[in-house]
Design a protein around this ligand. Structure first.
Ligand code: PRP
Length: 183
């Protein structure tokens, strides 16, 4: 395992590189079966989902298309504010396309709910959601991802794309951040 100074801020590893790889491959297999012949448009919600998205799409065996949307709900706060800003919209028209929104984590659920409603209004043929992590006890709205990597308790996690103040995204595992780091 790589040793970095950022690693000193991690109290424990919640999901290892190996666990993530295995689960992402399982999800990719499921999506491949479900979307064969549908040419899905895989939408990456930047920036947190970037590593998950890349690994998931690379592991899928059906034809697919890629597009990116950037939103911000946390800003520089440790907790979701519920205010969702679109920073970069999709390049492609999604009308009549089979769309899959790829997220790294659901916390309050407000970001994914907002995105799903926003994109549904553009009349895709279908719209589904996938998240790597779901903090099911923290939801503040009705939201259930169609595909989910792991359910997890309410820890502040970073790595594999997830950040705190833009740090820690390139840690190869998902780790629990020491509270003194952000309190
Ligand atoms: C994070 C994460 C989700 C959202 C989840 O994004 O990537 O998009 O928060 O929180 P919620 O369920 O409470 O809405 P963030 O705004 O931190 O941006 P980032 O992906 O660029 O890190």
């Amino acid at each position: 395992m790589r040793i970095t100074t950022e690693q000193n801020d991690i109290s424990s590893v919640l999901f290892s590189e190996e666990q993530i790889e295995e689960r992402v491959n399982q999800l990719a297999k499921q999506l491949t079966a479900d979307y064969e012949g549908k040419d899905p448009l895989m939408i990456c919600v930047l920036k947190g989902a970037s590593f998950f998205y890349a690994d998931l799409c690379r592991s899928m065996k059906c034809r697919l298309f890629m597009d990116f949307i950037a939103v911000s709900s946390y800003g520089m706060n440790a907790r979701s504010t519920g205010v969702v800003r679109i920073i970069k919209d999709l390049d492609k028209n999604i009308t009549d396309r089979h769309v899959v929104i790829v997220e790294d984590i659901i916390d309050s659920g407000l970001t994914l709910k907002y995105l799903k409603e926003l994109l549904s209004a553009r009349k895709p043929a279908s719209i589904k959601t996938i998240c790597l992590l779901d903090k099911i006890t923290q939801h503040k709205c009705e939201i259930k991802p169609d595909y989910c990597g792991f359910s997890m308790p309410d820890h502040f996690v970073v790595g594999y794309g997830l950040d705190y103040s833009d740090y820690y995204r390139n840690l190869p595992y998902i780790g629990i951040l020491k509270p003194e780091t952000y309190q």
